[in-house]
Design a protein around this ligand. Structure first.
Ligand SMILES: *Cc1c(COP(=O)(O)O)cnc(C)c1O
Length: 394
């Protein structure tokens, strides 16, 4: 962040967060210790989840969910094209293929019809489609009951990419999904620097993901296979562990779990501030429609992660680059979330070109403007005034 530039998002780290990290660093465990389970329990409570498995990034958390579904070569999973790279990559990292789906051009969200179109295209290629990964883009929640109903007859599991949706009511409880995945990357709702959490209602899946994040190590004596090596006089050898399947090192260190534990109780306060900022933006930007308008946020629950506006750059006689640079000259940072992933060279090389008009239309107009709890009302007014000047200057 350059001096004086308002970024599109930023963490809120307070003195007690710093104290929590310092205390953890003076403790006995820098890496896995008792704070990991405490953070997981607090996260499960905060989201209404039965089980929460912490890992060292949202990407790892997505990968663990994909692994727990046994996705692998010969399988495919549906991913909406307007998302961060990691949603698609987590599927590919299992060896499964990615069936990119189109999205609603107004919200960027996956709809049941988009999912079924992607399913038909994937089946035409001979892919065995076993899952779909709806993304709660910007924090707006996909219609999960409708997606679940559409997925059920096809035997597809749903994994929610809820990296934008921590704090939205009912997200994480997995009432309509196999798992929900969160990120605690610096710019997300709460921060541990890097970090992720997978929640699920499936106890076995949670156990397996916990083993997979730590090399695939099994320490439960009732699960040991090599009993002669595992036991002495029917007592488990205290040093003993087994590896029934290969895993990764995806562990979130104790020190960062301490930060997460300190941040989590602040989530409601952070969300309330985001709500107030969003309402102020809505009011100040209303006169700029239809040239510039906020991405619609109807519906009860919203994670309020990003504040994205849709801009008709052509009608304004400009380009997004010029618009972004004019804002930057005013000290306002922005970002574009996201270039449709199906257009990334890796995926074009693997799958050829694909036309997804909803994704293209959303991408052509979207721009995320500064939005984070420590943004002041004066900052919001400054951003709105700058946008108004650019829109009026057409
Ligand atoms: C942040 C994010 C991820 C991945 O999170 P990391 O913690 O950065 O690995 C995945 N999907 C979406 C939509 C995200 O915003």
């Amino acid at each position: 962040m350059s001096a004086g530039i308002l970024p599109y998002g930023r963490q809120t780290i307070e003195d007690d967060d710093v104290a929590a990290i310092a205390a953890a660093m003076r403790g006995d465990f820098l890496t896995t210790g008792p704070t990991v389970a405490k953070f997981e329990a607090a996260f499960a409570t905060a989201t209404g989840a039965a089980h929460a498995v912490a890992s060292n990034s949202g990407t790892a958390a997505l990968h663990l969910a994909a692994l727990a579904l046994d996705l692998g070569p010969g399988d495919a999973a549906i991913v909406p094209s307007v998302t961060f790279l990691a949603t698609a990559n987590a599927v590919r990292m299992t060896g499964a293929d990615v069936a990119f789906a189109d999205v609603d051009p107004e919200t960027g969200l996956l709809r049941p019809a988009d999912m079924l179109d992607a399913l038909a295209r994937a089946r035409a290629r001979g892919w065995r489609v076993r899952a779909a990964f709806p993304v709660h883009l910007n924090g707006r929640i996909c219609d999960m009951p409708a997606l679940a109903e559409a997925a059920r007859p096809h035997g597809m599991a749903l994994v929610e990419d809820a990296c934008h949706a921590l704090g939205a009511a009912d997200v994480g409880a997995c009432r309509h999904s196999f798992a929900a995945v969160f990120s605690t990357h610096a710019v997300k709702a709460i921060a541990t620097g890097e970090g992720g959490v997978t929640t699920t209602a499936d106890r076995q899946a949670a156990r397996r993901m916990a083993a997979l994040r730590s090399h695939g190590m099994e320490r439960d004596p009732t699960a040991f296979v090599d009993r002669a090596a595992a036991f002495d006089d029917n007592v488990p050898n205290p040093w003993y562990y087994e590896m029934p399947e290969i895993g990764w090192n995806y562990r979130l260190p104790d020190v960062l779990c301490a930060l997460g534990l300190s941040q989590l109780p602040k989530l409601a306060r952070f969300q309330a501030r985001r709500q107030a900022i969003a309402a102020l933006y809505d009011r100040l930007l209303a006169p700029l429609a239809p040239m510039l308008r906020p991405v619609p946020r109807e519906g009860a629950a919203h994670g309020l992660h990003l504040f994205a506006v849709l801009v008709d750059f052509a009608a304004l006689g400009t380009t997004r680059r010029r618009f972004v640079e004019a804002l930057r000259a005013d000290g306002i940072g922005t970002q574009v979330h996201y270039k449709p992933v199906h257009t990334q060279p890796y995926y074009v090389e693997r799958y050829g070109t694909l036309t997804l008009p909803g994704a293209d239309a959303y991408y052509a107009r979207c721009l995320s403007i500064p939005f984070y709890p420590t943004l002041s009302d004066a900052d919001v007014e400054r951003v709105a005034n700058s946008l108004a000047r650019l829109v009026a200057a057409r």
